[in-house]
Design a protein around this ligand. Structure first.
Ligand code: 13P
Length: 237
């Protein structure tokens, strides 16, 4: 799954979407793109009928009303989105999204028939303080409280904050350790089959070793999703 973040223009997207669509058949798994809101219609028009699905990077907790600047889950469903990122670390850090808000966003997305991709991850200081398990647990708990049926319809993405956009990928073993922890929590809540993506400086050159880990089911890719060939090589891995 690509996360374009706040990148793109109509012209640049047209090339990128065409390139990804043309090469997506090489992928053995699912290929999806989370694009900025204004480009959802462009993604829909370019990708409809292809193997590539699309989604958004955030959603309002509210169904509708006087919430200037917000975008509702039903609007995303209207644009045939399959996915929505909830609680990306950039939103937690820069927009003060708490784990309760993130879980509420996931619930709103599920109610509209979207698949939320709930992002969790520790900062470098959390890791250095040996606090990873507690931090991930605190982020996951409100989501786990949604119950087994809801959990079975969502995706978790583990994105260590220190690995995002830094070129410093978690080693496959570091990532697997946290994925196993997340898997254990999900299993205890009756949802052991939930897909868990890894995100943080994923590239074609490190994707295969990450995907070889038992509990890594895919990737959430930032920078490398802006280059069709690189992204397709990750998908092929
Ligand atoms: P990078 O792949 O650019 O490190 O970004 C990861 C990410 O935040 C995806 O959501």
């Amino acid at each position: 799954m690509g996360n374009w973040k706040m990148h793109g223009s109509l012209a640049a997207n047209a090339d990128l979407l065409a390139g990804i669509k043309a090469g997506a058949a090489r992928a053995t798994g699912e290929v999806a793109l989370c694009v900025p809101f204004p480009y959802l219609e462009q993604a829909r028009s370019a990708l409809s009928g292809s193997a590539v699905t699309w989604g958004a990077q955030d959603v309002s907790v509210h169904a509708q009303g006087a919430y200037t600047g917000e975008v509702s889950a039903s609007m995303l469903a209207d644009l045939a989105c399959s996915w929505v990122l909830c609680g990306h670390s950039e939103r937690r850090a820069m927009h003060g999204e708490s784990s309760d808000v993130v879980a509420a966003k996931a619930a709103t997305a599920l109610a509209a028939g979207l698949t939320p991709v709930v992002c969790v991850g520790e900062t470098l200081s959390d890791r250095e303080a040996d606090d990873v398990e507690r931090v991930i647990g605190d982020q996951l708990n409100p989501v786990l409280a949604l119950g087994a049926e809801a959990l079975s319809r969502l995706v978790i993405a583990y994105e260590p904050v220190w690995a995002i956009g830094t070129g410093r990928t978690a080693t496959p073993e570091q990532a697997q350790t946290v994925h196993a922890l997340i898997r254990r929590s999900l299993t205890e809540h009756g949802a052991g089959q939930v897909r868990i993506l890894y995100g943080g400086s994923v590239k074609a050159s490190n994707a295969a070793s990450l995907f070889a880990q038992a509990d890594i089911d895919g990737a959430l890719v930032g920078g490398a999703s802006l280059v069709a060939e690189e992204f397709l090589n990750i998908a092929a891995a």
